[in-house]
Design a protein around this ligand. Structure first.
Ligand SMILES: Cc1cc2nc3c(=O)[nH]c(=O)nc-3n(C[C@H](O)[C@H](O)[C@H](O)COP(=O)(O)OP(=O)(O)OC[C@H]3O[C@@H](n4cnc5c(N)ncnc54)[C@H](O)[C@@H]3O)c2cc1C
Length: 559
């Protein structure tokens, strides 16, 4: 049998996963990888850390070389080479050297496109002087700029890469301003969690300008739409990416509604001999059921492996994407999976939200750090729709557990049943994820009637009394305006014949739940404020676009 000829366009996450998996299951195949940049298999996720000097040696970003890939996998890897044309009928691609311009034709039986995404470059005057961060070469250029010791920089866009870039520029002693057109940082988070990330940035000296667009990039910085000038010897654009579909269009392949390459559950395009993976394609969305543009390394790698299997006739599983993502922002970690509340609301989905603010491990064991968790679920069948977490150590673990639960079809209530590893330095006997399960169970069963921060005003206006069941000391340090302090331990005595109805709150929602249960037992109508004072404070700061005071201490709740 003639060995199959596979040509792969793009030699990084998706492309290289396809190539190496293919070789492991087909020793005879002729595998050619074409890569436009000077490097293959480079760690683009590490690029911001190279700029910041965390990764000191550029070679550490280069996970493989063409020579090593030939030695180990007999891959024909051609760097500095671009695919400039695809003849789908003739099963042939045309390549051009980016060094000397020489062109060549390569025939294929199967073609795999993994060209990634291209940074968005908006039509703003002066934007051509803006640096982007996508390839090793981009990072090298930025590192040269940084070596020139600029004093100021502007990062346009407060997404994952923008925040990583900002942190790493601060590491290089540069005064950084982040400008973000929408009214919060990190759009995948809801505002009451994003405000915590903004506070972390501010506490490290980063100026964050949200809700205002850049109107011009000047020689000395940028001008905002409101006329203010922000100094920036260095300007980095991190506005997002869009699928690179140039080759797909050239080959006449179908595109999906959101502009990515359309693929089936095996990642085959509208041409049965052309596959596409990674940032360039639209993925089935786990929550919504339609398609989403999700640009993440894990997804690209998974798809690459699946394509190799399918080409070789192995059985493949289709898997939808949750969009699970994480970012380090100075001493804080922010992570998310599934949809956020903004998106669920916009889509008209039926959902409930719960917030908690647990410690990452037993609070009596030294070094415990608080985190804020938000779980979104369908109140009907308990399907988990999304989760977000912001905090210190252990945020990654909790979001990964929830992402795993979602993939496995575990409901919000069933999070309570997960048997998770526990010892005081790692967790609590009731892990924060178990606690979310208990809370979801209480909400779904009606055992706890909760109210969200944005429903509070309407209830108070309708005559509900807001009671703070924290201690007098806690109340004195800050409370929701108009609330009456009736500490939980004296609630029975201090009710003094009052009949409610009450909205109850405490610091994070736990004592509020106990108080609400007690009031119900006494025949008094009461609802607990979800996430307590901490969630209200964060939501209020986000609503008023005011700085949030960071809380890095235990909540005072009992385990
Ligand atoms: C700075 C940065 C940080 C990131 N951090 C994270 C992170 O922490 N976590 C995470 O999950 N994801 C992260 N990502 C996203 C992640 O890197 C991508 O989702 C992933 O690399 C996509 O894989 P891909 O194969 O689709 O595209 P890429 O890995 O981008 O590879 C595409 C390659 O194709 C080449 N190419 C394009 N067109 C042609 C052509 N015509 N001919 C030849 N070659 C071509 C390009 O040069 C490029 O090297 C980050 C991305 C960047 C840029």
């Amino acid at each position: 049998m003639t060995p199959r000829r596979v040509v792969i366009v793009g030699g990084v996450a998706g492309g290289m996963s396809t190539a190496t998996r293919l070789r492991r299951i087909d020793e005879a195949a002729t595998i050619t990888v074409i890569e436009r940049s000077g490097h293959v298999s480079y760690a683009n996720c590490g690029l911001p850390y190279f700029v910041g000097g965390v990764i000191e040696d550029e070679d550490d970003l280069l996970l493989q070389t063409p020579e090593h890939l030939f030695d180990r996998f007999r891959l024909d890897v051609r760097v500095d080479t671009e695919v400039v044309d695809i003849d789908a009928d003739g099963h042939e691609v045309t390549t051009r050297s980016t060094v000397d311009g020489r062109t060549q034709s390569i025939g294929y039986d199967k073609l795999v496109l993994s060209p990634g995404a291209v940074p968005v470059r908006p039509p703003i005057p002066g934007f051509d002087r803006v640096r982007v961060l996508r390839t090793v070469e981009d990072a090298e250029r930025l590192a040269v700029d940084v070596a020139g010791q600029p004093e100021t920089a502007v990062v346009i866009g407060a997404g994952f890469v923008g925040l990583e870039t900002a942190e790493n520029l601060v590491r290089q002693s540069i005064a950084v301003t982040i400008v973000e057109a929408v009214d919060q940082v990190l759009a995948p988070l809801d505002p009451e969690l994003a405000i915590m990330v903004a506070a972390e940035l501010a506490s490290h000296g980063v100026v964050v300008e949200t809700g205002v667009a850049v109107s011009e990039v000047t020689a000395t910085g940028i001008t905002l739409a409101d006329g203010r000038a922000i100094p920036g010897e260095l300007v980095v654009g991190s506005i997002g990416v869009r699928p690179d579909v140039r080759l797909a269009e050239m080959a006449g392949l179908a595109l999906s509604s959101q502009g990515g390459i359309a693929v089936d559950e095996t990642n085959r395009t509208s041409d049965k001999d052309i596959y596409a993976v990674g940032d360039a394609v639209e993925k089935p969305d786990w929550v919504g059921g339609g398609n989403s543009l999700i640009a993440l390394a894990n997804v690209a790698n998974r798809q690459g492996r699946r394509v190799a299997d399918h080409i070789c006739g192995l059985p493949t599983r289709s898997s939808a994407s949750l969009g699970t993502a994480i970012v380090k922002v100075f001493d804080l970690t922010a992570a998310t999976t599934g949809w956020n509340e903004k998106r669920l609301r916009a889509a008209g989905r039926n959902y409930r939200a719960i917030h908690s603010h647990p410690m990452n491990h037993a609070s009596y064991y030294p070094g415990a750090q608080p985190m804020s968790l938000k779980l979104l679920f369908d109140p009907g069948d308990g399907t988990i729709l999304g989760a977000q977490a912001v905090g210190g150590d252990g945020v990654d673990k909790r979001i990964d557990i929830i992402a795993t639960a979602m993939t496995g079809g575990i409901t919000a209530d069933e999070l309570a049943d997960l048997e998770l590893a526990y010892a005081p330095p790692f967790s609590s006997a009731k892990d924060p994820v178990n606690m979310l399960g208990y809370m979801a169970e209480n909400v779904r069963s009606g055992a706890c009637d909760v109210v969200e921060y944005d429903e509070l005003g309407a209830l108070v206006a309708a005559g509900w009394t807001l009671i703070d069941v924290r201690t007098k000391e806690e109340h004195g340090r800050g409370a929701i305006p108009g609330s009456v302090n009736l500490p939980l331990d004296r609630l029975r005595e201090e009710l003094d014949g009052a009949t409610g109805p009450f909205v109850v709150y405490c610091e994070v929602g736990q004592r509020g739940h106990t108080a609400t249960s007690l009031l119900h037992e006494l025949g008094i109508e009461a609802r607990n404020l979800d996430g307590g004072y901490r969630t209200w404070m964060a939501a209020d700061a986000a609503r008023q676009q005011q700085p949030l005071r960071l809380i890095r201490v235990a909540s005072g709740e009992n385990p």
